[in-house]
Design a protein around this ligand. Structure first.
Ligand SMILES: Nc1nc2c(c(=O)[nH]1)N[C@H]1C(S)=C(S)[C@@H](COP(=O)(O)OP(=O)(O)OC[C@H]3O[C@@H](n4cnc5c(=O)[nH]c(N)nc54)[C@H](O)[C@@H]3O)O[C@H]1N2
Ligand SMILES: Nc1nc2c(c(=O)[nH]1)N[C@H]1C(S)=C(S)[C@@H](COP(=O)(O)OP(=O)(O)OC[C@H]3O[C@@H](n4cnc5c(=O)[nH]c(N)nc54)[C@H](O)[C@@H]3O)O[C@H]1N2
Ligand code: SF4
Ligand SMILES: [Mo]
Length: 706
C-alpha cells in the first residue's frame, strides 16, 4: 500500500515575502508545492523558489551530520565530538589571544529562521566576544540607523501602504524580482497593478530598466550612487515651492528650518548634472509627492547599498514627512505584528559608535561592526586580531565585497566553525561544520517579516517532515554548543526552551493579547488554529504612540547627517573616461548565493552575464556575447558580456552570488554553472561613510576584451 497523501500548509522562508505554501507529501516525498490560496497575505501567490524548497530537503549535497576537516577530506563525526572539539578550540583561542579574538558572522537566512533568531543569544553569551558581523551591513544597515536616529528604535521602520497608495515612487528596488524588501509584499505584481487599476501610478528610478520598471507608469534612469542629489533636490523643491505640509505630525517635529537650510545648495539643476534626470522632472516628482493624497516614497538596495546609503534613507523619510505621507493611509506606516511589536521601553533600540573597528576605525551599530572590515581585522596583525570565526548561515566569500581578500583571510584563521548545511565557498574553510535541519523539518513562525509586512497577519506552521534521525535544529545547536563552551569556561548558562514557547510568551505580551485588553486575546495556540495565517487587518497609523525617542518626538537631524550632507556637497562628478559603474541584479529564480544547487532553478538560459549598453560595447570595440575581463581596484574576473539597452550607458550589471566553480566546493549542480562572483570586483573600501555599510552598487570598473 502506498503511503497516504497528506496536505501541509507552511510559509516559505526563502525571501521576505513569506508566501503561504500548500505542500502535498507522500511518505518522505514531496508531491507538489503550490501557493496557499487561503493565506490572507500572499493570496495564493508563489514564485519558482517556493517550489524549490523540496530540492533543499532532498539535496544529496546537503550535510546531515557534523563534519570535520582532515586535510582535503571531510570526515563525519558525532554531535558530541563536534561540540566538544569546537568548545575546546574556541576557548583555547580566547585563552591565548583574548575574548575578542573570536568573531561571529551571521548571514541572511538567520533572519528567516525563527529558532536562529531566538537562540543565537545563548551561544553569544557563552563566547562573550565584542566582535560581531552580519549581512546587515551588506544590506539594510542604513534603514536601521535612520530609524534609530529619527524614531528612537532601529526596528521602527515604516512600510509602504501599497494596498492603499495612489502614488508610489520606488527608488532602487526591484520587487518584481526580489518580491519586496523592507516591505514584505507577496503577490507584488498584482498589488502594483492594483495601484494602476484604481487610478494611481507608480514610478521607478533605477539605472536599469528592471522588471518592475517595465510595468511602471514611468521609469527614469539614474546614474548609480547619485540618488542623494535627487532626494535632496526634491526636499529643496518642497521648500522652494512652498509645498511642505507636515500634517498630523507637526507637533512632533522641530528642526524643519534646519532641513530647509541644509537642502538649500541642492538645486534640481545640480541634481540634473549629477543624476541625469532633468531638473523639471525632479521638481515634478516633488510636486506629485506633495499634491497627491496617499503618496509614498520607498527606496531599497539600490539606494541603501551605495556610497550615500544612509543619507538616501534619511532623505526618503524626510520627503514622506514633509508631504504628509508618514503614518497615514496610502503613505508609509508601521506594521503591527503579534510578536516583536516595538513600543517605548522595548529592548534592542540600538546604539551607534559606542566603539570602533581596530584597523579602519569604523563605528559599530547595535553591537556589530561593518562586514567590510571583517577580512582586514583577520589579516592585520597585532593585539585584537581575529583568530577564530563562527559563521551561522552566511557565505561572506560570495556576499561581502573583495571576496578574494575574504577567501584569503578565512584560510589563515586558527579555527573556524560554521553552522551551515552546505560545503560552499565559505564553509570549505571551516575546521568543523555543524549542519542544522532543513526548513521543511522544523516548525516556523516568521519573527522578522510580519514586522515589515504591508498587511498585518500571523502564521505558525508545524514541520512538514519529521527531522532526520540524529539531526538538530539551528536552535538546538546554539543551545548545546553554547552550553559546551560555557562548561569549559566554568560558567553556568541556561539553555533556552524551544522557540515556540518563547514566541508564545511574546505574543501573550503583544498588542493583540488578553493582557493588552485586545478582543483577539491572541496566544500561539489561537494562531495555530489558522494554519493559512490569521488576518489581523490593514496597517493603521500608530507612530505617535510608538516613538521610542527620549522626548517622544521625531528627530529630524543628527550631527553625522549634517557631516554627510557636507560630504555630498563636496563630492564632484564621478567616473573617469573609460570607467563604468557596476551595479547588481537579482533574478526571481536565484536567491543570494545558496540556491544554485537546485536544477529546477538554474536550468534554462544563463542569468549570470554582464549586461552592457550597446554604445559602451561599440566604444570598446567589443562584440555582444564576447568573453570580457572586468577589472576594479580590488580584482578582476572574466565572463560573458550581453548587449542590453536595459542598462543606461556608462553602467554595467552583474548579479552577485555566483562563482561556485572553484576548488573545495561540494555542490554538484552549482559548480557546473559558469557565473563569476561579482564580489571579486566590489571594493571593501567603498562604503557609506555615515554607517559603514558596504557600497556594492556603483563600483567603478573597466571592461576590456580578452
Ligand atoms: N554584490 C552584491 N553583494 C551582495 C548583495 C548584492 O545585492 N550585491 N546583497 C547583499 C545582501 S542584501 C545580503 S542579505 C547578503 C547575503 O549574504 P550571506 O547571508 O552571507 O549569504 P547567503 O547567500 O544568504 O548565504 C546563506 C548561507 O546560509 C546557509 N543556510 C541557508 N539556510 C540556512 C539555515 O536555515 N540555517 C543555517 N545554519 N544555514 C542556512 C546557506 O547554505 C549559505 O551558506 O549578500 C549581500 N551581498
Ligand atoms: N529572487 C530573489 N529575491 C530576493 C533575493 C534574491 O537574491 N533573489 N534576495 C533577498 C534579499 S537578501 C534582499 S536584501 C532583497 C533586495 O530587494 P530589492 O532591493 O528589491 O532588490 P534588488 O533587485 O537588488 O533591487 C535593487 C535595484 O536597485 C537598482 N540600483 C542599483 N544601483 C542603484 C543606484 O545607485 N540607484 C538606484 N536608484 N537604483 C540602483 C538595481 O538596478 C536594482 O533594480 O531581495 C530579497 N529577495
Ligand atoms: S516569493 Fe518565492 S521565495 Fe519568496 S517567500 Fe514567496 S515563494 Fe518563497
Ligand atoms: Mo539582503
Amino acid at each position: 500500500m502506498p503511503a497516504e497523501i497528506k496536505t501541509h500548509y507552511r510559509a516559505c522562508n526563502l525571501c521576505e515575502a513569506i508566501c503561504g505554501l500548500e505542500i502535498k507529501t507522500q511518505g518522505d516525498q514531496v508531491i507538489s508545492i503550490k501557493g496557499d490560496k487561503q493565506d490572507p497575505l500572499s493570496r495564493g501567490y508563489i514564485c519558482p523558489k517556493g517550489t524549490a524548497m523540496q530540492d533543499i530537503y532532498t539535496d544529496p549535497d546537503r550535510l546531515r551530520q557534523p563534519v570535520k576537516r582532515s586535510g582535503d577530506k571531510w570526515e563525519t563525526i558525532s554531535w558530541d565530538e563536534a561540540f566538544e572539539t569546537v568548545a575546546e578550540r574556541i576557548v583555547a583561542v580566547q585563552e591565548q589571544h583574548g575574548a575578542d579574538s573570536v568573531a561571529f558572522f551571521a548571514g541572511n537566512p538567520n533572519v528567516h529562521n525563527y529558532g536562529s533568531m531566538t537562540h543565537a543569544s545563548v551561544l553569544r553569551k557563552a563566547v562573550q566576544t565584542k566582535i560581531h558581523f552580519s549581512a546587515t551591513s551588506l544590506d539594510q544597515l542604513p534603514h536601521h540607523l535612520t530609524s534609530y536616529t529619527m524614531y528612537g528604535h532601529q526596528s521602527l521602520i515604516p512600510i509602504p501602504d501599497i494596498d492603499h497608495t495612489n502614488y508610489m515612487l520606488i527608488i532602487g528596488g526591484n520587487p518584481l524580482a526580489s518580491n519586496g524588501s523592507i516591505m514584505t509584499v507577496p503577490d507584488v505584481p498584482k498589488r502594483l497593478k492594483a495601484i494602476q487599476q484604481h487610478g494611481g501610478r507608480f514610478i521607478v528610478i533605477d539605472p536599469r530598466r528592471s522588471e518592475t520598471a517595465e510595468i511602471a507608469d514611468q521609469h527614469l534612469f539614474i546614474r548609480p550612487g547619485t540618488d542623494a542629489y535627487l532626494l535632496m533636490a526634491m526636499i529643496h523643491t518642497l521648500f522652494a515651492e512652498d509645498l511642505v505640509n507636515t500634517g498630523h505630525l507637526s507637533d512632533l517635529l522641530s528642526e524643519i528650518d534646519d532641513i530647509r537650510t541644509a537642502c538649500q545648495p541642492f538645486t534640481p539643476e545640480l541634481a540634473e548634472q549629477r543624476t541625469g534626470i532633468a531638473a523639471e522632472q525632479v521638481r515634478q516628482l516633488a510636486r506629485d509627492m506633495a499634491t497627491i493624497e496617499g503618496a509614498v516614497c520607498y527606496g531599497r538596495m539600490g539606494v541603501s547599498v551605495q556610497v550615500f546609503g544612509t543619507l538616501c534613507q534619511w532623505a526618503i523619510q524626510i520627503i514622506n514627512i514633509l508631504t504628509n505621507s508618514l503614518d497615514v493611509r496610502g503613505g508609509m506606516m508601521l506594521s503591527s505584528p503579534a510578536f516583536g511589536y516595538v513600543k517605548p521601553g522595548e529592548s534592542g533600540a540600538g546604539h551607534f559608535a559606542a566603539f570602533h573597528s581596530r584597523v579602519s576605525g569604523l563605528p559599530e551599530f547595535a553591537g556589530e561592526l561593518p562586514a567590510t572590515v571583517m577580512a582586514e581585522e583577520m589579516l592585520t596583525e597585532g593585539e585584537g586580531q581575529i583568530r577564530a570565526l563562527i559563521t551561522t548561515a552566511g557565505n561572506p566569500v560570495l556576499s561581502a565585497p573583495n571576496g578574494q581578500q575574504m577567501d584569503a583571510a578565512l584560510s589563515g584563521l586558527d579555527f573556524m566553525v560554521c553552522v551551515d548545511f552546505y560545503i560552499n565557498e565559505t564553509t570549505q574553510h571551516a575546521d568543523i561544520i555543524l549542519p542544522p535541519t532543513s526548513a521543511l523539518e522544523h516548525d516556523h513562525y516568521d519573527i522578522a517579516f510580519h514586522r515589515l509586512a504591508v498587511h498585518n497577519t500571523a502564521r505558525f506552521n508545524e514541520a512538514v517532515f519529521e527531522p532526520a534521525a540524529d539531526s538538530k535544529h539551528d536552535w538546538e545547536i546554539f543551545n548545546q554548543l553554547g552550553l559546551a563552551i560555557a562548561a569549559r569556561k566554568g560558567m553556568t548558562l541556561k539553555p533556552l526552551p524551544s522557540p515556540d514557547l518563547l514566541i508564545d510568551m511574546g505574543i501573550q505580551r503583544g498588542p493583540y493579547s488578553a493582557a493588552a485588553g485586545h478582543r483577539l486575546e491572541l496566544t500561539l495556540d489561537k494562531i495555530k488554529q489558522h494554519p493559512h495565517g490569521l488576518d489581523i487587518g490593514p496597517l493603521e497609523p500608530s507612530l505617535r504612540e510608538r516613538l521610542c525617542t527620549a522626548d517622544s518626538k521625531i528627530h529630524l537631524l543628527a550631527d553625522y547627517l549634517l557631516q554627510d550632507i557636507a560630504r555630498l556637497a563636496e563630492t564632484g562628478a564621478p567616473t573617469k573616461a573609460d570607467e563604468l559603474l557596476l551595479i547588481g541584479r537579482r533574478h526571481i529564480r536565484s536567491n543570494n548565493s545558496w540556491m544554485h544547487n537546485s536544477h529546477r532553478l538554474v536550468k534554462g538560459k544563463p542569468r549570470w552575464q554582464l549586461l552592457m549598453h550597446p554604445d559602451d560595447l561599440a566604444a570598446r570595440q567589443l562584440q555582444d556575447q564576447a568573453q570580457v575581463r572586468i577589472e576594479s581596484r580590488v580584482g578582476a574576473v572574466e565572463t560573458q558580456v550581453l548587449a542590453s539597452d536595459e542598462v543606461m550607458p556608462g553602467v554595467v550589471s552583474l548579479p552577485h552570488g555566483w562563482g561556485h566553480k572553484r576548488e573545495g566546493v561540494s555542490l554538484g549542480i552549482a559548480v557546473e554553472q559558469d557565473g563569476v562572483s561579482c564580489n571579486d570586483l566590489t571594493d571593501n573600501k567603498l562604503i557609506d561613510q555615515a554607517s559603514g555599510n558596504a557600497a556594492l552598487n556603483g563600483v567603478p570598473v573597466r571592461v576590456v576584451a580578452i
